[in-house]
Design a protein around this ligand. Sequence first.
Ligand code: GLY
Ligand code: GLY
Length: 374
Amino acid sequence: MINPELKPKVTELLDKMVLRSKHNIGIWDGSFPDYYDRRQKKWYMNGYWTEAFWPGIMWWLYLYSRDPFLRDTAEYMSKRIAAEKIDLKDHDLGFLFNCSCVLGYTLTGSSEFKEVAIKAADRLSRRFNPRGNFIPAHGDVEHGDRRGYTIIDTIMNLRLLFWAHRMTGEQCFYDVGLKTAETILHANVRNDGSTYQVIWFDPDSGKIEGPGVHQGYNADSCWSRGQAWGIYGFSWLYRQTGDERFKEAAVRLANFFLRHLPEDKIAYYDLLDPRIPNVERDSSASSIAVAGLLILASSGKGLERYKWFVQAEELLTALVKNSSDHLDSTVEGGLLPHGCYFLSKDRGVDSELGFGDYYLVEALLRYYMFGILD
Ligand code: GLY
Ligand code: GLY
């Protein structure tokens, strides 16, 4: 521990999060929250790819608190994800099954969770296009105009494949995960350590057609959440494979991200938006990045470990203060304020986002259990 004042603040915040989450379970009444819009003071529900972040939060908070109510809720919501999402034609099978059934299996040993998560991994791996070594993000992979559409976000979904490889020994999961990761490294990462969110491929020849724009400012800018998915994704890939190329990528992306953070450490929605500082922030980018930096720190050796741990602590200190003040001053809503889901669609602006909340909780647990948690 480098900053002795942070640890008690982390446990204090986790206690507050347990209380807020138990309160929220009553409000949601069995449906899946997507985000809380602070401007409208309203929960938006059922966001298809975001739904497992809430059972995920329950699993992590159960690990912290050992509260059986949180465990029961996590179990119930994870079973619903298993039943309702297994047929989804989407790369986000990774987020959906990692944060529900894989976490559930890890904490409870349930064979039901294990089997359905392996099935989800199998379906994800079947999206792979071997001509271009990529996984299309959305839709049917045989027909339609999205067969060549890829986004950096997919890097997070590869984790399900490596997990399935560990569980089954089937090489195909590892190969699809590794090849897709190599493609993302080659296609989405720019020389200066920034990233493209979207890359279009010709699905028949497998050749890259070029970058596109989805959530960021434009095709040449750097959408901060995409950059954060990359930091977390490459850090985790390095941990998983020991491949130095992924560590080098994680470090380059992290350096770019940290260089473009404002003083209060809450990322702008797009790191290269020319309108900065008069643009929205996305706190979820900072919470995803800090969880990734803690993985990078725990995978490093000696001074390298120290360096990334200190960077993570600095970011986490800012997020802990934001979230703690927010939970003290509000009675409704999520856990981390000032997220921005999709700026150009005016969706979830200045909101508490399921994924922002989830990665803050994960980061708090990674910090709290540093050296213990894999
Ligand atoms: N994966 C979609 C997003 O981050 O909004
Ligand atoms: N924001 C949804 C997606 O395109 O992944």
